[in-house]
Each structure stands twice: as C-alpha cells, then as structure tokens.
Design a protein around this ligand. Structure first.
Ligand code: PMP
Ligand code: GLN
Length: 379
C-alpha cells in the first residue's frame, strides 16, 4: 500500500492526552483550558440553537460574525477587511491552515517555515506534493535568522508560514520582524500564511504584531485565528481567515468542498460575544499573564529550569537537572511515574536540538496547577 503520509503517526497531543487519562494524570499536555467558556457565550450558543439556527450556515460564514471579525481586526490592527470578500469562517484554525496551503501550494513548490513548528503544517504541505523547508529558530529566544530565510528562497518558494505568539515556545515577534519580512518578499510572488491563533494572549504590555498592521504584508497574507483559544472553547472548532479578496477566493474553493460550512449556532454566539463583550478577549493578556506567573511561582522550588514566556499559554521547561534522557522518554516517564502529562518538544522539530525541554500548558485552574506543581516539585 502506497501511503500518502508515511511519516505521520498519531499526534503527540492525542498520545499524551490518552496517557493522561490512562494514568489519571494531571494533564498539562495538550493545549486546552480546563475551565469553561464564559457564561454569556454558552448562553448565546443555547439561544442560537433554541432560535432555530441549526441548519447550514453560509459557506463563507454567518454575515454577522464576519462583520464582527472585520470590526475587531480594524480596531486592533488598523486594517479593515471587507467582511464579504476577505473574511472566511472555518472549522477551527486547523481547517483554515489546511485550506490556505491546499489552495495556494502546487506540487513541487517549496514552503518555508520555522523549526520548531505546530504539527499540522508539514502534512498539509506534503499532501500537495510540495516540499517543506524548515529553518531553525535561534536560541535562546526562538528568534528568526532573516539571512537564512533570504538564503532559503528559490524560484519555487510559494509560501512562508509564521506563527506569533509561537507554539510551543511562547515567543512573540516584534514590529521590526514585519519590516524584515516585507523586505524579503517584496518583488516576489511569495505569500505569507500567518498563524495568529494566540493573537490575544501576549504578555508584559507587548502588542501583538499582526501582519495586518503592515499594509504591504496585508496585501499578500492570509491570517489565521481561532475562537477556541480566544473564548476557551477549543472543542467548538471555529476559526477564520482574513486575506485579500484574490486569496480568500482561492481558500473558499477548498473550504466549500472540505467542510462546506462551519457549526452554525457557534457562529451566532461568537458574533454576539464579539459585539457585546469585547472585554472577553481584551482581558486575556491579564488573565493568562496571571496564570503564567502563578504557575512559574509554584515551580520555583522544583528542579525544572523555566524559559521565558512572552505569549500563548505554554511554559517550556528544561528538565536536565532531573534526568538525562530524551524528551519523549522523559514525558512518558513523567506521566506514568509522577502523574503529570506534558508535551515533549522534539515532535515539533524536523531536526530536534540536543535540548532537554518539555512543554506545559498553563491554561488551567489554580487547583490543577497546584496539583501538578506538587508532583513536579517532588522530582
Ligand atoms: N495553530 C497553532 C499554533 C495552534 O496551537 C493550534 C491549536 N493547538 C492551531 C493552529 C489549531 O487551532 P484550532 O483548534 O482552532 O484548529
Ligand atoms: N494546539 C494544541 C496544542 O498545541 C493541540 C491541538 C490538537 O490537539 N490538535 O497543544
């Protein structure tokens, strides 16, 4: 049997969540909150279902939601997409990323992205018969070496994928990065796929640098976001793309035959929440900043060395003072022996460095973080 994805197994997120259940571990692995979405949002969802919003949504998304996404984008980044031609609602950011890659990347094309990377990019590229060109981020801050990007560009480069705030490192790109990127792609036909699912989770007073703040980049970029991250409801699987009309048109061709449309009642609920409760996303830096600081303070007495976190809801930890074994073996040992699930870093890499790092998700209640920290501090 000639497999299309011979190198793909079950994702590390599923593997670790399954192990967490089997071992009744505290699950700081897969990235999801262990608290509920805001009550106003849950009420809005129930109301949408009671109001008979249960049949197919328009393929491109409910108009009221696209309008709210356009308004939010303008308010935050000074770029107003046309809600009818530039905004497309998808079944999670995962679908958005897949649609963008499938719509733009031809067989034999090259797609540049960075090591470590979220795990869904590579298989989507491979399915197009295209080639992934992975450029290592620079330690210690997981920053981009722009000369390496320049050197990697060829006549076959179709797309560059960036991700800020970054999963798994929590790194956040600065404004100067947008200028560097614009310089590199000027006078080329290269598009930018900007994975901004953690756009509202940026700490220490920093601003999220959406590519949409940069008009030259906005004209050639697809921005992907996810309501799962923004409203603590990863299980609802609603995301979206913002892209100029000519790119959105291509993305919509794939979307209409992949899923056609996205869970309708949730779209109505998000439209309402964005309109009436903007504080739900505006308060996320404070909300998650406190979670970050609390988790870090709980681990002060442990032998883990914690890396800096500037955005998203992940804490990287160096465990080399505890055991000198590889990260997959360490994570397996940790969930079985200590009852804490984490995510090893090497599955995010094509060429894993010789580091001893695992990722904890701190989008958890105090009680969960305390229970995990007690176990982690005893190692
Ligand atoms: N991109 C990144 C960087 C992510 O961390 C995630 C979620 N883990 C996604 C995309 C996918 O988001 P969604 O759950 O909305 O499909
Ligand atoms: N994005 C989540 C994470 O990084 C997991 C999503 C998934 O399980 N596919 O943990």
């Amino acid at each position: 049997f000639d497999e299309k994805l011979p190198n793909v197994g079950t994702t590390i997120f599923s593997v670790m969540s399954q192990l967490a259940v089997e071992h009744q571990a505290v699950n700081l692995g897969q990235g999801f909150p262990d608290f509920e979405p805001p009550e106003v949002l849950r009420d809005a969802l129930s109301r949408a279902m009671a109001d008979r919003k249960n049949q197919y949504a328009p393929a491109i998304g409910v108009a009221a939601l696209r309008e709210q996404i356009a308004l939010k984008t303008e308010r935050l980044y000074g770029h107003k997409p046309n809600p009818d031609s530039d905004v497309t609602v998808t079944s999670g950011a995962t679908e958005a990323l897949f649609c963008a890659i499938a719509a733009l990347v031809h067989a034999e094309d090259e797609v540049i992205f960075f090591d470590p990377a979220y795990d869904s990019y590579e298989p989507a590229i491979e399915l197009q018969g295209a080639k992934s060109i992975r450029i290592p981020l620079q330690s210690p801050e997981f920053s981009i070496d722009w000369q390496r990007v320049r050197d990697a560009i060829t006549s076959k480069t179709r797309l560059i994928i960036i991700n800020s705030p970054h999963n798994p490192s929590g790194a956040v790109l600065s404004r100067s990065v947008l200028d560097a990127l614009a310089d590199i792609v000027r006078d080329t036909g290269i598009h930018i796929l900007s994975d901004e699912v953690y756009e509202h989770i940026v700490f220490d007073g920093a601003e999220h640098q959406s590519v949409l703040r940069h008009p030259e980049l906005a004209a050639r970029s697809i921005v992907v976001s996810s309501f799962g991250k923004t409203f603590h409801c990863t299980g609802w699987k609603v995301g979206y793309t913002v892209a100029p009309k000519f790119l959105s048109a291509q993305i919509r061709k794939v979307h209409q035959y992949l899923t056609f449309s996205t869970f309708a009642p949730a779209q109505w609920a998000f439209a309402e929440a964005l309109q009436n409760n903007p504080e739900l996303y505006l308060e996320l830096p404070t909300f998650y900043g406190k979670r970050r600081d609390y988790f870090r303070s709980l681990l002060k007495g442990s032998r883990f060395k914690l890396l800096d976190v500037r955005g998203a809801y992940f804490q990287l930890a160096d465990y080399s003072a505890i055991k000198d074994i590889d990260d997959v073996t360490f994570s397996d040992w940790l969930v079985r022996e200590s009852g804490v699930a984490a995510i090893p870093l090497s599955p995010f890499y094509q060429s894993p460095p010789d580091a001893r790092l695992i990722r904890f998700c701190f989008a958890k209640s105090d009680a969960t973080l305390i229970a995990a920290a007690e176990r982690l501090c005893s190692l």
